[in-house]
Design a protein around this ligand. Sequence first.
Ligand code: FES
Length: 249
Amino acid sequence: MMNDTSVVTRREFVRLFTVAATASMVGSRMSYSTMLAQISNSGLPSGFFHIRISDFPALQKNSGSVRLGINRVASNQPTGGNYPIIINRESAMVFHALDSECTHASCVVGAFVAGASVCPCHASRFGIDGRRLAGPAALPLKKLPITFDGADLLSLEIPNLGFTVTGSPVVSGAKSRLMLSFPSTLGAEHELMFRENLNLPWGSIRFATTLEGTADKTFIAGNDRVLKIYADRSAESGFYAVTVKVKPV
Ligand code: FES
């Protein structure tokens, strides 16, 4: 928990964010899910996805499929650095998460429709679990571990897809603020979440993009650079997390 900002060290911030990262992130919005920002100071971090089935009608029936991404797809390639993820529902309790990068020549494969995910470049076809069905691709799509809580929540952890957030207390006039810094991705939308304790749900909070600016922003667009945002401290203690929106692409 966050105490007096004047004595919060970098190490403590890392621990705080680690706590936030491992907690359930279920504050998705209609038609969106969010990936909780990473939270580690060593190695390449993982991205944690928490997806509500109730937000995606396609996943509410067997053989349904959705392709989710951080950045858009154009000319059969991702417009940013991340390939979308294909989520397929095989049956009531069986889901598959697949990397959409075609194993032939790296075009983005489509969602599972009418019995196959089809690559738009050379027509390789893949099954609901990613297996190769036909075409020049020699290998199946890469599978990603996914779990289902049996009710509404899917959880995925994707190695190397997270990002590191660092934080430090700053003073803006009479206000005590928290500066958060993180690498962004072109085409991504970032949101700042807060909760006062682990028993409360995450909620979006507003932030400023300059030290002295008004904290009136709810989203900031990624640009492949390190971004800095500033949040007013409204509580004595709490947890902060930076998320990136994942949307159908
Ligand atoms: S890139 Fe997918 S079939 Fe060639």
